[in-house]
Design a protein around this ligand. Structure first.
Ligand code: ADP
Ligand code: TPW
Ligand code: MG
Length: 589
């Protein structure tokens, strides 16, 4: 591994003892690399080109992992999922204008999902850009990035690289995490400083995500409300998973005895098979609860904004009468949709520890009537699901295929499960149990398609372990070319495409007198597995659950990059999966 001094030595060979010895110097490239390394960032996800080509080479030479992608958006998704999994900002490196724009969707997605990520983009000459004189890849990137991220910085002088990187790291991980943009103009990289002055200019960030302790009165208010509840419920969101306070969260759930619901990416924070997990009774506990404690979950569209029929309200705008406690690091999150009776503002680790301490030794379990009713509903729904999963129809449908995936994940609880699509997403979420925290990685707050292969690469590189990606055929198409990246880095990724020949389903016929195919359908019986074979990975085409099981077991045994094309009944899906209600014209059909 090259050190600063070694790399600097390549620039100028100092002659010891000579008064006229050329100065040891360090250039902008190495200042960026050393600033990242100093802060424990050892991996960069990106795509090379002017002006950052040499940055990728020199970073690799300096011992960093440089993961090169086929499209910047996927590099950005890889970076942000690394951020979610580790709590350290994931770094995505792109070229100017078009490369930057390709990375921007991912940056915005990171901000939306509260994932810490830094998009570092090379940029063109500022004087020329500002006068709009037509530079190579001219674009005012800083201005464009600003509304889509938590913070945006530009570094113009090599001596400011340390400050720029430090500010980017702090902005990404402190408070509510999010995306940060760092603009690195081409002119910065060849600038050099005297080596010692250069090293001294770098900053090792102390306590980048400081604890934020909740007020004692806020904790007491929350506990008083919870204690008086007849039908309490806890909702764990991906903020709770991100916080890495797993043991205390488990203790809080178990000591209170309150049923809990994990949001999608909080699945596995406690095993989905936990006796207090109420996922199988979701539509019973949401309208039924009287006091709901949200831990790192927002009352956004995914929770019907805390009102309406989902919550037992009479109409879509009606409040269901629940009282809310909200544990969140953002002081402005409370009251964003409905009144929050007891906001507890602070980092989840500190808040949950304070709540636990306040429970005391004699916390009353929730009334048996409520727990029995939840369990009764759960048992009924689980039995219904078991019946559906046991069926073996021809052609294979989502349930019979996902029954296999459910078994494989159970046998491999440390594997990361990446998931996107509509039906392929919703059915996987409800059928496949998760057993460990931060293993389920999916479309998040936006329901964005295209995260699949970026997340798969990011998760495999970050964890060093197995990744299983359950992909709708449409969803996969957004990032499919990264199969080459998976093969190039020989990552243990098993992709399963739930191939129903289209978006939602594949049986639509052309509308009107059109000679073109219907807008939602793809080439029938497409052989996606050949894409994996093209780059040296393993492809499999399967039409039965038994074939799917065999192919997945082999993929996991061999750890080889594998793509399984699982043919699903093309009429099995529903429009928009489970969120048909958000699509009013379809909902009326
Ligand atoms: P979900 O989609 O799973 O419901 P959201 O993304 O809506 O989750 O909510 C995550 C919430 O978690 C955000 O409001 C964010 O401010 C909060 N959050 C993230 N990290 C922390 C943390 N370390 N401590 C407290 N709250 C956090
Ligand atoms: C960036 C809109 C939501 S779900 C989906 C699209 C295009 C694909 C559903 O088909 P798939 O799954 O993946 O085959 P299945 O099992 O139901 O057949 N562009 C972006 N994000 C979103 N969400 C869309 C479009 C969409
Ligand atoms: Mg599909």
């Amino acid at each position: 591994m090259a050190t600063v001094t070694e790399t600097v030595a390549a620039h100028a060979a100092p002659q010891a003892g000579s008064a006229n010895a050329p100065q040891e110097t360090i250039d902008g490239f190495h200042l960026v690399i050393e600033a990242l390394k100093l802060n424990g960032i050892d991996t960069v996800f990106g795509l090379p080109g002017i002006p950052i080509t040499d940055l990728t080479r020199k970073a690799q030479a300096a011992g960093m992992r440089v993961i090169s992608f086929r499209h910047e958006q996927n590099a950005g998704y890889a970076a942000q999922i690394a951020g979610f999994m580790t709590g350290k900002p994931g770094v995505c490196l792109t070229v100017s204008a078009p490369g930057f724009l390709n990375g921007l969707t991912a940056l915005a997605n990171a901000t939306t999902n509260c994932f810490p990520m830094i998009l570092m983009s090379g940029s063109s000459e500022r004087e020329v850009v500002d006068l709009q004189q037509g530079d190579y890849e001219e674009m005012d990137q800083l201005a464009i990035a600003k509304p889509l991220c938590k913070a945006a910085f530009r570094v113009l002088h090599a001596e400011d690289i340390g400050v720029g990187v430090a500010r980017a790291i702090r902005a990404a991980v402190s408070g509510r995490p999010g995306g940060v943009y760092l603009d690195l103009p081409a002119k910065l990289f060849p600038q050099s400083l005297e080596a010692q002055a250069g090293r001294d200019s770098l900053i090792k960030v102390v306590d980048p995500a400081p604890r934020q302790i909740p007020g004692e009165d806020a904790v007491k208010r929350a506990l008083d409300l919870l204690k008086g509840a007849k039908k309490p419920l806890i909702i764990l969101g991906k903020g709770a998973a991100y916080a890495q306070a797993d043991a205390d969260i488990k203790a809080l759930i178990e000591k209170t005895g309150i049923p809990y619901l994990p949001m999608s990416m909080a699945k596995g924070l406690l095993p989905d098979t936990h006796p207090q997990c109420a996922s199988a009774a979701r539509s019973f506990v949401l309208p039924g609860a009287d006091v709901v404690m949200l831990v790192g979950a927002r009352l956004n569209w995914l929770l019907s904004h805390g009102k309406g029929k989902t919550w037992g309200g009479k109409s879509s705008k009606d409040w269901g009468g629940q009282k809310f406690i909200q544990v969140d690091i953002s002081p402005t999150e409370a009251d964003s949709n409905v009144a929050i009776d007891a906001p507890v503002v602070g980092d989840i680790g500190s808040c949950v520890a304070a709540l636990l301490a306040g429970l005391g030794s004699s916390w009353p379990k929730p009334p048996a009537e409520w727990l029995d009713a939840v369990n009764e509903r759960k048992t009924r729904n689980v039995a219904k699901m078991a019946e559906t999963l046991a069926k073996n129809p021809t052609p294979m449908n989502f349930h019979s295929a996902l029954n296999v995936v459910r078994d494989i994940v159970k046998a491999n609880p440390d594997a990361c499960l990446v998931n996107e699509g509509a039906n392929a997403l919703d059915f996987t979420r409800s059928i496949v149990d998760m057993y460990k925290p931060r293993k389920r990685l999916d479309v998040g707050t936006w329901g964005v398609m295209g995260v699949g292969m970026g997340f798969a690469v990011g998760a495999a590189v970050t964890s060093g372990g197995q990744v299983i990606a359950i992909e709708g055929d449409s969803a996969f198409g957004f990032s499919g070319m990264e199969v080459e990246t998976i093969c190039r880095y020989n990552l243990p990724v098993c992709i399963v495409i739930m191939n129903n020949n289209g978006v939602y389903r594949g049986d639509e016929t052309p509308y009107g007198n059109a000679k073109d195919p219907a807008p939602l359908v793809f080439v029938k019986d497409a052989r996606y597995e050949k894409l994996m074979e093209a780059f040296g990975g393993v492809g499999a085409y399967v039409t039965t659950p038994a074939e799917l099981r065999k192919a997945m077991e082999e993929a996991i045994r061999s750890r080889k990059p594998t793509l399984i094309n699982a043919m699903i009944d093309e009429g099995a899906g529903t429009e928009s999966g489970r969120i048909t209600a958000l699509n009013p014209t379809a909902a009326k059909k």
